[in-house]
Design a protein around this ligand. Structure first.
Ligand SMILES: C[S@@+](CC[C@H](N)C(=O)[O-])C[C@H]1O[C@@H](n2cnc3c(N)ncnc32)[C@H](O)[C@@H]1O
Length: 209
């Protein structure tokens, strides 16, 4: 694992940071994503981080997850979550599940790896594939100094220990919306999809079945 930022070395700081950033939308987005799974269903969260999603699932839903970050995985294991070290780009890390839920991972990946990730998720789900992504308007900013500092800060704080995240990897509203409409180049147009905004996040649910 490469050098991760303080947020990605400390699950408590990471969760606090997320809560401060998203405020009431922190709960709303996880609640919404969790609402599609019912008692007896299985949920897999690739790039699960410390496993925050798990506590929003209904009783009787089986949660599992994997991530490259051993600080996060150890934290989740201490909470008795069914998680392991795994790579979203490696199909062997996936277990076929009723629902695949991914939150805040796409912008961490090199754009050349996105399709592989989407394909791995889509082939591994039986019912729904859910993607939650932040929306940032990082282009066309008038103040060059603020733009520059914002880029330096974002890239410094987003060092997850696996990827070299660039500000350009984030999507603006149109880019993400277009990618969703195009099924990220993987999901057929016949598959029903529903988009929903939660503050600065967009969640899309693909209904495979
Ligand atoms: C912003 S966090 C999101 C974590 C979690 N989904 C959540 O909602 O809190 C992004 C996560 O992606 C993980 N990650 C990045 N690249 C990965 C990869 N190739 N395979 C597995 N996990 C990866 C990082 O370790 C980090 O935990």
């Amino acid at each position: 694992m490469g050098k991760a930022s303080i947020l990605y070395r400390n699950p408590y700081l990471y969760l606090l940071g997320l809560k401060l950033l998203h405020r009431e939308n922190f709960h709303k987005r996880y609640k919404y994503m969790a609402s599609f799974s019912k008692r007896g269903n299985s949920v897999l969260e690739p790039a699960c981080g410390p496993g925050a999603l798990a506590s929003y699932l209904s009783k009787g839903v089986r949660y599992s997850g994997f991530d490259m970050n051993n600080h996060f995985i150890n934290h989740a294991l201490k909470k008795n979550l069914n998680v392991k070290i795994g790579n979203v780009l490696d199909i062997n890390s996936y277990i076929r599940s009723d629902h695949i839920i991914t939150c805040d991972i796409l912008h961490h990946l090199n754009p050349t790896d996105r399709k592989k990730f989407i394909k791995n998720c889509y082939v591994s789900t039986k019912k729904t594939f859910i993607v939650c992504e932040p929306i940032i308007n990082h282009k066309n900013k008038k103040n060059k100094i603020i733009t520059y500092l914002g880029k330096q800060f974002t890239e410094w704080i987003e060092r997850d220990g696996t990827n070299n995240v660039k500000l350009e990897y984030f999507f603006n509203h149109k880019e993400l919306s277009d990618l969703i409409d195009d099924g990220f180049g993987i999901i057929p147009s016949s598959v029903k999809r529903v988009k929903k905004r939660f503050g600065e996040d967009m969640v899309v649910v693909f209904f495979k079945n």
